[in-house]
Design a protein around this ligand. Structure first.
Ligand code: SAM
Length: 219
């Protein structure tokens, strides 16, 4: 995909999602896509390989949750895989302290390599190789203002695990493939001493695929 088309698709997509990016972010996102596809030819990081699909299903879907992290100082992305949503969020909001964790060493190897690429603006981002089991100190993981995951666990398991990583006043953020009713989200939260802060359905801008993002806080 040429630079102009990439920039146009990101711009159109962000407009449809209602999120804003600084001017310098798009070229860095494009370079990140180049790194991902280059590495993916050698190491299996993602099953999505067509550029248009990577742009929408990985990049725009990650950027879609910017409203849920706005105002936070730190984000922990659990089961980050090839860095989604953590890497696009960091690129979009450079002041965020982002930590990504994954149980698979080759994925964390990739994350560490892209963090080190000069000019991507990822300096200070952390990638940790461990299995997240709810023991932040033992696992070497920080507590964060937003503890987020995409395509990691079912909602009930995520709501059991994630609160252990919350900083005071933080939110657990769940990126869900299929929208659930607010009553169901509230019931799942209350069972675990959590409260539903917000639930928002959205569609990916080009395919129209449905998504939902829900935020929870300790009661
Ligand atoms: N979040 C990424 C995305 O949406 O593209 C990756 C999703 S992938 C389906 C799930 C990831 O979770 C895998 O990379 C897997 O290695 C990781 N994983 C599974 N269990 C884990 C655990 N307990 N702790 C850390 N990572 C885990």
């Amino acid at each position: 995909m040429d630079n102009a088309r990439f920039a146009d698709q990101i711009q159109q997509g962000c407009k449809a999602l209602g999120v804003e990016l600084g001017e310098d972010v798009t070229p860095r996102l494009q370079r990140l896509m180049g790194e991902l596809l280059k590495w993916n030819a050698k190491v299996n990081l993602t099953a999505i390989t067509a550029e248009e699909e990577v742009l929408e299903k990985h990049f725009l879907d990650s950027l879609a949750v910017l409203p849920e992290v706005e105002g936070a100082g730190s984000v922990l992305d659990v089961g980050a895989g090839a860095g989604f949503p953590g890497l696009p969020l960091k690129m979009a909001r450079p002041s965020l302290a982002v930590t990504m964790v994954d149980a698979v060493g080759k994925k964390v190897g990739y994350l560490k390599a892209v963090i080190a690429v000069a000019g991507l603006g990822l300096t200070g981002t952390k990638a940790v190789h461990t299995r997240a089991e709810g023991k932040p100190e033992a696992e070497g993981l920080p507590r964060a203002d937003r503890v987020i995951a995409r395509a990691f666990m079912d909602l009930p398991d995520w709501l059991d695990l994630a609160p252990a990583y919350l900083a005071e006043g933080g939110h657990v953020v769940a990126m869900l493939g299929k929208a659930q009713g607010e009553d169901e989200l509230r019931a799942q939260a209350e069972k675990r001493g959590l409260k539903l802060v917000s639930a928002r359905a959205y569609r990916l801008p080009f395919s129209g695929a449905e998504r939902q993002v829900a935020s929870f806080a300790k009661q």
